[in-house]
Design a protein around this ligand. Structure first.
Ligand code: SF4
Ligand code: SF4
Ligand code: SF4
Length: 179
């Protein structure tokens, strides 16, 4: 067991949180696995975010709140951070790989059964909000339109989250596509 895993376990215990709690979404290009070890909770990233979507979460560590808006992938958070928390810097990628810069995080949008379209109520808000046109509506049995996310096009920007009137969109791990 590493020192960091001991540290993380102790933090979870002290906060009284179940270890199965959903993982927070960290700022784009940040090193999610090392985040709580490297971040000093200085708040520089949140202060730099023009969309104000970064806020202190569990333990004061910054996390993304898509109910406030979307990520524009401007990189201001990474540039403002004084610690080696991010895989990119103002000069480029830490490992010299351009591919790292193009893959900000691993999650993609997912639509829950509470979607109004699935309840036969006309709604296309998420599709209209998506800058990647990653959400399409497919007619299902009974004339119900299902909102479907194309995971290969979704960037995980979160623009669809606050656009949804029924809070039906969450972010789910997207596998290796972006991570
Ligand atoms: S990339 Fe820009 S918009 Fe996205 S979290 Fe960082 S500062 Fe905010
Ligand atoms: S997260 Fe962004 S790219 Fe993905 S479906 Fe929502 S709006 Fe479109
Ligand atoms: S915005 Fe929400 S309720 Fe409307 S179609 Fe999209 S997921 Fe369904």
């Amino acid at each position: 067991m590493t020192d960091s895993s001991v540290d993380l376990g102790r933090r979870s215990f002290l906060r009284g949180k179940a270890r199965t709690a959903p993982d927070a979404i960290r700022p784009p290009w940040s090193r999610a696995d090392l985040f709580t070890s490297l971040c000093t909770r200085c708040g520089s990233c949140a202060g730099a975010c023009p969309e104000t979507i970064l806020r202190p979460g569990d333990g004061g560590f910054p996390e993304v709140d898509f109910s406030r808006g979307e990520c524009s992938f401007c990189g201001a958070c990474a540039e403002a951070c004084p610690e080696p928390v991010f895989a990119i810097t103002a000069e480029g990628t830490r490992d010299g790989s351009a591919a790292s810069y193009s893959r900000p995080w691993s999650h993609v949008a997912a639509v829950a059964d509470t979607c109004l379209s699935a309840q036969r109520v006309f709604c296309r808000s998420c599709g209209e909000a998506c800058p990647e046109s990653a959400i399409r509506f497919a007619l299902a049995r009974g004339g119900v339109a299902q909102a479907l996310v194309d995971a290969s096009s979704c960037t995980g920007c979160g623009a669809c989250v606050s656009a949804c009137p029924s809070n039906s969109i969450t972010m789910k791990p997207g596998g290796d596509r972006l991570a």
